[in-house]
Design a protein around this ligand. Structure first.
Ligand SMILES: [Zn+2]
Ligand SMILES: [Zn+2]
Ligand SMILES: [Zn+2]
Length: 312
């Protein structure tokens, strides 16, 4: 089956080319070198590790770059790294530890907002293909002087969709995907599913079921629920692909009026190097239909959830 699938509401496409069986042996697995530059080897603390740094960055357009112009102020860029003290990947942490980690990420996110920092991005890199610390996974928060072009596009087209159809496109996607062939896992507050136009095998998204604008607005029971669905799906992904590299990206509303979006999380496995087709067209070739990814990942994630809650 070969299909060019367009996104639910964005001008984005994926080339679904799943006429052959997915070659699990082609996945580039993560390799640990057992050296961690983050922590002291014998520290016995159970407290989370929080590292922070700040730099100043000036955004400049080519045409504006005038050496005599000294009036443009630099923007303060803050960067945080929050990790569990153990050398466990996010996919191997207990749900209470992941809950604690997410809670700290939320606290720092709120602090950054109250410091009036804009364009805050939360993400995690796991594995060497996504430039992550292979033995010490953690979440990062950073702000930049410019809006993420990806998020800007999502916010604009979400607003257009609300104007045209009278409904939030992400609430619509939740209605489409709940109980469908691409659902992976559903909890009280969240839905995990492989998107219709997945760019990568086993790509999945986690959407809060209720219409919420920001990760900073969810309460503690929702945070615990998020820790459970994230841990189950990442654990499932790890079991299916034997430690793949992946990135986790949060898409939140901007810290500005009229810049809201139904917040969500996107998990993108990095299983191979990019190709000229990807770079040339800006369209990724996905060798596994999202329905098949969801079937495999759903089974593995449900098994993981069952073992986490002590059913098996
Ligand atoms: Zn470490
Ligand atoms: Zn919504
Ligand atoms: Zn998004």
């Amino acid at each position: 089956m070969k299909q060019l699938r367009k996104d639910y509401f964005l001008e984005e496409y994926a080339f679904i080319n799943s006429n052959t069986d997915f070659n699990f042996s082609s996945v580039i697995n993560d390799v640990s070198d057992n050296k961690c530059l983050l922590c002291k080897p014998n520290s016995k603390t159970n407290e989370l590790i929080t590292l922070s740094s700040e730099i100043s960055v000036k955004s400049e357009n080519f045409i504006d770059s005038d050496v005599n112009d000294v009036s443009i102020e630099n923007d303060l860029v803050k960067n945080y790294y929050i990790a569990d003290p153990s050398h466990k990947k996010l996919s191997k942490l207990s749900v209470p530890r992941l809950h604690k980690l997410l809670s700290e990420v939320q606290t720092i996110n709120k602090q950054m907002l109250s410091d009036n920092l804009k364009n805050i991005q939360i993400y995690a890199n796991s594995g060497f293909l996504s430039s992550g610390n292979s033995i010490h996974n953690g979440f990062e928060l950073i702000n930049l002087p410019i809006i993420s072009p990806t998020l800007k596009k999502e916010i604009e087209l979400s607003k257009k969709s609300i104007f045209d159809l009278g409904i939030c496109p992400i609430c619509r996607i939740i209605n489409f995907e709940t109980g469908g062939p691409r659902q992976i896992l559903s909890t009280v507050s969240f839905l995990a599913f492989c998107p219709w136009n997945s760019s990568h095998p086993f790509e999945f998204w986690i959407y809060p079921k209720s219409h919420q604008y920001s990760f900073t607005l969810i309460d503690d029971s929702e945070l615990e629920d998020l820790a459970q669905i994230l841990r189950s799906t990442l654990g499932g992904l790890d079991n299916v692909l034997n430690s793949p590299s992946y990135t986790i990206v949060f898409h939140n509303s901007l810290n500005e009026i009229d810049s809201e979006i139904h917040w969500h999380i996107e998990i993108i496995p990095q299983l191979s190097y990019n190709t000229g087709f990807d770079a040339g067209y800006g369209i990724f070739v996905n060798t596994l239909a999202p329905e098949k990814s969801a079937e495999i990942l759903g089974k593995a994630s449900r098994k993981e959830l069952a073992s986490l809650v002590g059913v098996v």
